[in-house]
Ligand binder design. Sequence first.
Ligand SMILES: Nc1ncnc2c1ncn2[C@@H]1O[C@H](COP(=O)(O)OP(=O)(O)OP(=O)(O)O)[C@@H](O)[C@H]1O
Length: 647
Amino acid sequence: MTSPVPDASPAALTHVDALAVGERLAEFEITGLLGVGGFGLVYQAFDHSLHRPVAIKEYMPSALAGRAEGQRVATRSSADGPAYESGLRGFLSEARLLARFDHPSLVKVFRFWEANGTAYMVMPLYQGMTLKQARQQMRSPPPEAWLRQVLGGVLGALSVLHEGDTLHRDVSPDNLFLQDLGPPVLLDLGAARRAVGEQTQKHTAILKVNYAPIEQYAEAEDMHPGPWSDLYSLAAVVYDCLCNKPAPPATFRIIKDRMLPLAEVARVVEAEFGQSYSAPFVASLSQALAIRPEQRPASTQALAEAMGLSVDLARLSRFDWRAELGDLWQAPGSAPPPQPGSTDVTTVLPGPAPSPTTPEPDLDFTWPQALSVDARPPAAVSATRVEAPSTAARTVPLAAAEVAAPAAVPPVVPRAAGAPPSADALHWRQTVIGVVLLSLLGAGLGWWWQVSHDPDAGVITELAEPAAPAASAGAAAASPPAPGPAQPTEGQAGAGAPTAAPTSAPVAESPRAGSSPAARSTAVTPGGASDSSQRKAAAAAVPPAATGAAATGAASRGAASGSAAGARTAGRDEGRGAEAASNRPGPEPVAPAGGAASGSGAALCADSHVLAKTMCMHQACARPENTATKACVDYRRGLQERSERLF
Ligand SMILES: Nc1ncnc2c1ncn2[C@@H]1O[C@H](COP(=O)(O)OP(=O)(O)OP(=O)(O)O)[C@@H](O)[C@H]1O
């Protein structure tokens, strides 16, 4: 006589803590392992009493407990006891709750009991797979009609729960089971997970962050969970289906919402796959995805109405989701028929080289976008980014394949105004953006390098500069070079040094000085003055007077210093002087009449300790009698220049 117990086809799944095939739990005989969740093991079993196959879920939070002797379950350490107990209570109350409800799209609980230090929940044995698993086998996002069927079933189940003052709180693609034939089914409520998470204070344990609305993290006065919370999760499931990637967590969105709006996602899907979604469908689900609860539809009915959803229960009971997907469904391991319009795009998959048989490109939003854009050089980017028209930051990389080169160049089809850009255009745009960003990154690094390595650039350099030994500007020109680096100030260099004849700066022809004017000329405005020199001239509020001596002195001082820094500074100063002279014909500031020493201020702070010089200059230059001295003008310009370099 053959056994009435059906063969356990999913017996391939194993788990170290799973009960063995053939073991008995009351009237149920284990026939296989169906699924392993973080908080339970789900078995296929045979009910010897009612002679039917069932599914049994055993409470088994793997982080806290494991199989002890026999069928007993024990916590891994005594410290895990409270969390384990709390989860067990949650598991049992969820079973009790589910047993109360009856809806074809809500998992049914036949019976539950506590034994072996754990608990069990008996459910119908559903044949099929979760939406998460099914989505992985689809070549493109599912069509609206298909999604409407799924939504119709789930919204029905949710409305039954909501009418019973119960929230599901765990709607996600791995909790949505697609039966081979029949309505989709919402699986567990995740109560055990929440109960354990509440004990351990871990949000990641409590919530599936990509689907949980913000109010599920913590209740605020104006943000209570309600039916709208489950609607957010359901809309996030649809978002995931369209993008093939989950939405960003609500905690990220509330700080800065970088989620690509569903309408944009829908537009891209239409452009890429020819799959279109109606305006009410997109608008209502977008509304359900609102971060703030009060902006979402308040009830399942409100959402269904906004969407124009009508559920044909008879049709739903015959819902064959694979058949309704048609060519979009790719059975595991099967070679799919060629996809019109998508044969030239293949998902970049890890492992074997991508082939045209791999599923469709992902709508892969990434955040923070700035990081993802910066991090990948254009040549290595394997995704096509689609810019949202509204903000540059909103981009959708299609994890698409430039990998498989198309056999022939497709004809260029003129794009309708407002239509999303073509894949080629997107690729170009992406490349250009990548190059620009890399250039900016390079410039930024260059700046950083200069600031952190140029001995002239930092405050420390200024502090380290020895006091100028000359007593006046004229004396400075004639005096021997000061030891050490020269003060890299605009005032010195820019004080009227003629462009063509820096004759009194004999060694100032550093490579930099030679090349600088040409390079800088691009920054010169048509009016003849560079922006920077104009700003600097304006910043130095000193009486004008013409002199070339200061510049000459500075150039010669820097050039003749003999140090590398000095030469570099002189070169730059001279270049600046040339620029200033050619572009800023107006007189340069010099000290007012009244004594060389006091006029130039060269001796200001000369005897200060090197580390105290800046403070001394600051105070000295605040005194009215020193304000217009050359030393103070130079000092202020040095500060100004550094601040401009920094900002
Ligand atoms: N009644 C059922 N019939 C058939 N398969 C089932 C049934 N219930 C659960 N499964 C399978 O077992 C898997 C795990 O189930 P379930 O999600 O309920 O476990 P879990 O421990 O609650 O997981 P998690 O809390 O992490 O979502 C499901 O993904 C599904 O594949």
